[in-house]
Design a protein around this ligand. Structure first.
Ligand SMILES: CC(C)(COP(=O)(O)OP(=O)(O)OC[C@H]1O[C@@H](n2cnc3c(N)ncnc32)[C@H](O)[C@@H]1OP(=O)(O)O)[C@@H](O)C(=O)NCCC(=O)NCCS
Length: 206
């Protein structure tokens, strides 16, 4: 597919994707800035999903509230919000094709590997996915919706998964299996990079 330069998200946008899970209806609401009650709800859901990871991972996964607020109001970063039919926020994710908007990833990496995609803003970074209540189908529908968006533009998606989620839940494998299924086997998954945190005990217990 030949695509024109995909417009970066820079202004306030609100789109709604109707969707259905096995357990009932849900919709995915895409917003570029969250404020007021929506921001409070998003923080509550995010905090509930991620707080326990801080004790399990060397790298801090839970953003400070101020960092979270910055991301939620940064219009370059889309917020994908999964709501139940009766308006309960079940899960949320961030998604951006403005790679410099996401702290601690290097746009130059993506520019080197996929120069044409990069020039066209066809590389998306998913900063996090949080489904604290683990309602069935919400995670997979969010992942699928984000995949379909990139797929429309023959794009590339990147995200990071901590070792805990790989070892305990095989989350990398679960996402790969799901994407292979919905793409009819077309998607190519690759572990692009990793970072090892070392510790050196000066007086290790025997
Ligand atoms: C990761 C997460 C979004 C998955 O949502 P979920 O509703 O638990 O997803 P599902 O039940 O559909 O499970 C999807 C896969 O994730 C794994 N998973 C289940 N619970 C999980 C948990 N607490 N943390 C991470 N992965 C989990 C499952 O093993 C499953 O793989 P499988 O299909 O091979 O069994 C959700 O568990 C969560 O919000 N975790 C905390 C935040 C987080 O770690 N986010 C991911 C990194 S950005």
């Amino acid at each position: 597919m030949i695509v024109d330069h995909i417009r970066p998200t820079v202004q306030s946008v609100h789109r709604v994707l109707p969707n259905v899970t096995r357990e009932g209806r849900m919709k995915i609401d895409i917003r570029t800035d969250l404020v007021g009650e929506q921001l409070e709800q998003a923080w509550h859901r995010y905090d509930t999903a991620f707080r326990h990871l801080n004790a399990l991972t060397v790298q801090r996964h839970l953003m400070y509230r101020s960092e979270f607020d910055d991301v939620m109001t940064d219009t370059r970063v889309e917020k994908w919000l999964a709501y139940s039919d009766d308006g309960v926020l079940l899960g949320l994710a961030t998604y951006t094709n403005q790679l410099s908007a996401w702290p601690l990833i290097s746009p130059e990496y993506f520019a080197r590997r996929w120069p044409a995609h990069y020039a066209d803003n066809r590389i998306w970074y998913c900063g996090f996915v949080a489904v604290p209540g683990h309602e069935q189908g919400v995670f997979t529908k969010l992942i699928e919706a984000m995949y379909r968006h990139a797929e429309e533009h023959d794009g590339v998606i990147s995200l990071d998964i901590c070792r805990h989620n790989m070892e305990t839940y095989r989350l990398d494998r679960a996402i790969g299996v799901w994407l292979r299924r919905i793409s009819g086997g077309r998607v190519r998954c690759e572990a692009a990079d990793s970072q090892t945190f070392m510790t050196y005990e000066t007086a290790p217990a025997a």
